[in-house]
Ligand binder design. Sequence first.
Ligand code: HEC
Ligand code: HEC
Length: 208
Amino acid sequence: MIRTTILLASIAFAAAPSFAEGDAAAGAASYATCVACHGDNGQGNKAMSAPRINHLEQVYVAAQLNKFRSGVRGGQGATPTAMTMAPMAAVLADDAAVANVAAYIAGLESPASAASVEGDATMGADYYNQFCGACHGAGAVGNPALNSPRLAGGDDWYLEAQLLAFRSGARGAHPDDKTGKQMRAMAMILPDEQAVRDVVAYLHGLGE
Ligand code: HEC
Ligand code: HEC
């Protein structure tokens, strides 16, 4: 009951972002900067801690790039990997450049990466249905109206790292990070790090 109340309060707090469509052809040139880490198809590169990004909604990619540009994500107190990404987003000159590169990324394709995190997917399904599905949707396809990204198809090592970052406050603790704060509260609901691995194993099993 308490959990349900927290959940509903958080959802009511969310507001859908305003969003420019973006020109994928114009974004292709900016994407050249990103290839070294995220790969030519946005498939990601675990060795660089750079995640797959081509499965994400354009609106979420643009929102995160803007957070990196302003230091709301990847600023003081963030993980080293987030601090690596922040200056990369800063090369995008303005909102139009962000929208364009996000549009370009949305058109890229690659298969999901192999499983690398061990967890109990059955336990993970329970956690997901109880605590996560209301925002991230059935099948974890995401819900842009709640600013909640797609998780299905994401790299398991990246999803694990982000959940740990939310739990520690390395992500989502910035005073201007409204959506990060919501997610932070949700990540804290998972009882321990084994539960994090369990829910990630479940998410990876969903595939695309
Ligand atoms: C030097 C390597 C590097 C380069 C170059 C780079 N990135 Fe990243 N990117 C990362 C890392 C590492 C992360 C993971 C950040 C974290 O751990 O929070 C990341 C995260 C992201 C995310 C967040 C994904 C999510 O699911 O929230 C987006 C979006 C992104 N990068 C887009 C880009 C774009 C667009 C460019 C080019 C303008 C770019 N990156 C260039 C390393 C890089
Ligand atoms: C109240 C709605 C809500 C609930 C419930 C919720 N999330 Fe989230 N989640 C979000 C939002 C909003 C974001 C985007 C945060 C941001 O803007 O940085 C997010 C982001 C994430 C990310 C980062 C994805 C990426 O690409 O970087 C992961 C992983 C995640 N959520 C997993 C979960 C899990 C697992 C649960 C259940 C324990 C959960 N979420 C419950 C709203 C929610």
